[in-house]
Design a protein around this ligand. Structure first.
Ligand code: 13P
Ligand code: SF4
Length: 313
């Protein structure tokens, strides 16, 4: 529900945006009120392209920290702010850069080609050969050198799905998204039984048991095309709850049903939901919290990101 306070805040945000010459980029998992004031709403890949291409002075990034950091890496002359600096990601946390560094040193004889899912720190990106998102992971893995073993970090579920799609063998880091592993075979089977004609679309961060129940597995942005073109009205959407707002806007004639977990009717990412309209107003006003990183680290993290942008064209 949009309140009078939201309308006031929304107007303040638009005013500040003009004053700061800022662009507001928001991930598909942001709350409805944030999506409504954003200039662009999309998945990690679309957001990375938008961040690189913008000529605004300030990027207000409504997503989690690694996404805002990616914006800074690819467009360093911009001031990048995010509403809540504590908006992390369980995948990022599952693969600390010093641990990956130690692993690569220990297995130096393997000469790994490291593919990092974008949900990781700048430190991990700097140790990688190329980055991927859920939207281009298959394409990126298909372009990996054939004569080198691949280490895929940090999401074992996305990695396993890419192995299924490409047939390419990869060693997987044991990380996962705490939100997507909450969906279970039972919880999805139950909602399917309630909606026998529904199709199921799931994010590749879900476990294989859940992916096997899906008619389509794809990134959040690709879910829009799938739902729009689906030959049925009912679609069960197995990903974070914010996606439902975006989908209902884009596909108003569909009945979009949130995939449930064993405990809840839908799944929220606590990190994505740390951002609020009020904090967005404050970060535009104060130009803080700001994303900064040492230039040598930024340069090392930029190379694999640019390789990704080039390879996913
Ligand atoms: P997408 O790039 O598919 O939007 O996924 C990002 C993410 O964090 C999923 O949990
Ligand atoms: Fe990270 Fe999962 Fe939240 Fe996406 S939904 S930001 S992968 S914790």
């Amino acid at each position: 529900m949009v309140t009078a306070l939201d309308i006031d805040l929304g107007e303040e945000i638009l005013e500040l945006k003009k004053r700061r010459n800022a662009v507001i980029l928001a991930h598909n998992y942001q709350t409805a009120d944030i999506q409504e004031v954003a200039d662009y709403v999309g998945d990690s890949l679309g957001l990375a392209y938008q961040a690189k291409g913008t000529d605004a002075d300030v990027i207000a990034f409504c997503g989690v920290h690694f996404m805002a950091e990616t914006a800074k890496i690819v467009n360093p002359s911009k001031t990048v702010v995010l509403p809540d600096a504590n908006a992390g990601c369980s995948l990022e946390q599952s693969c600390p850069a010093p641990q990956l560094d130690a692993f690569l040193r220990e297995h130096a004889d393997r000469n790994y080609y490291v593919i990092a899912y974008i949900n990781c720190s700048g430190g991990v990106k700097a140790l990688s050969d190329v980055i991927c998102t859920s939207g281009n992971a298959v394409r990126i893995v298909e372009q990996a050198p054939k004569d080198r073993p691949i280490l895929f970090v940090p999401d074992e579920n996305l990695g396993a799905w890419v192995i299924e799609q490409t047939g390419r063998k990869m060693d997987l880091w044991k990380g996962n998204c705490y939100v997507h592993v909450e969906f279970t075979r039972d919880s999805i089977q139950r909602i399917k039984a309630d909606h026998p004609d529904a199709l199921v679309v799931a994010h590749p961060e879900c476990t294989q048991a859940v992916r096997l129940l899906a008619d389509e597995v794809c990134s959040t942005e690709k879910m829009i095309g799938f739902c729009r073109n689906a030959p049925v009205k009912d679609i069960i959407v197995v990903t974070e709850s914010g996606m439902l707002h975006r989908l209902r806007r884009e596909c108003p004639d569909k009945n979009l049903i949130a995939g449930p977990t064993d405990h809840c009717a839908c799944a929220d990412c606590r990190y994505m939901k740390m951002n609020t309209l009020e904090k967005l107003r404050n970060c535009l006003e104060n130009l803080s919290p700001e994303v900064r990183m040492p230039e040598d680290l930024r340069v090392r993290a930029e190379q694999p990101l640019l390789r990704m942008l080039e390879q996913s064209k």
